[in-house]
Design a protein around this ligand. Sequence first.
Ligand code: PLP
Length: 263
Amino acid sequence: MTLNKALTLAGSDTSGGAGIQADLKTFQEHGVYGMNALTSIVTMEPNGWNHNVTTIDVDVVEKQLETVLSVGIDAMKSGMLGTVDIIELGAKKITEHQIDKYVLDPVMVCKGEDELLLPENTDAMREVLLPVSLVTTPNLFEAWQLAQTSGPIKTIDDMKEAATKIYELGAKNVVIKGGRAIQHENAVDLFFDGKDFTLLESEKIDTTYNHGAGCTFAAAITANLANGQSVKDAVTNAKKFVSAAIKHGWRLNEYVGPVMHGA
Ligand code: PLP
């Protein structure tokens, strides 16, 4: 049996719903063999949903990347990256290994928060990772930070403006995850390939059990690319996958409600 292979360069979400756990589960659901290079470990306070991030030494990240890249991959994604050194390492490896199917999920915040986890990473992602990405998948806050628009993104027109700026920064395809936060009757994400804007609409699902939705969306795009789909098919099929996962989200405990992978 031959399986297509995908790499996630991302953080561990100890609660199992986001991060590399979401990525590997999503790869598996798409029949893609998943491998990972771990950048950071996220733990939560037992009495609440405060995050602590411990980053992995860049040399150890490099050894993981060398291990996986010596096996060979069909596509790659990144999520939480930890430090500027890790971001620069990622960009160097993508260039050296000519990885043309790289999905940048520019993780800057954990869901529901609007405070940058690691502010210094934003500039580095914009400068060295956007230009080597095939697809980037910011949420509204991340798109605002990457595009440096004048204020928060609230409407479809705001999304279009940010997507255009992010494209001009070097991303070949931009997916802005607006979801139900955008002013519209449906949940809306926007896909921009440099020529056309495509609205990806789905029913608004009134749930707080959506932890890991962003990671799952980007991982599904990566898996679809690894399986040979065009960028547009990879994105539209991933949108269907993540909508089903959100619809079947569940309450793990009083703080965490993860999406259900493979629902
Ligand atoms: N990566 C890691 C390791 C995380 O812990 C989180 C959030 O907790 C995320 C990424 C972002 O998750 P989401 O897909 O919910 O935005």
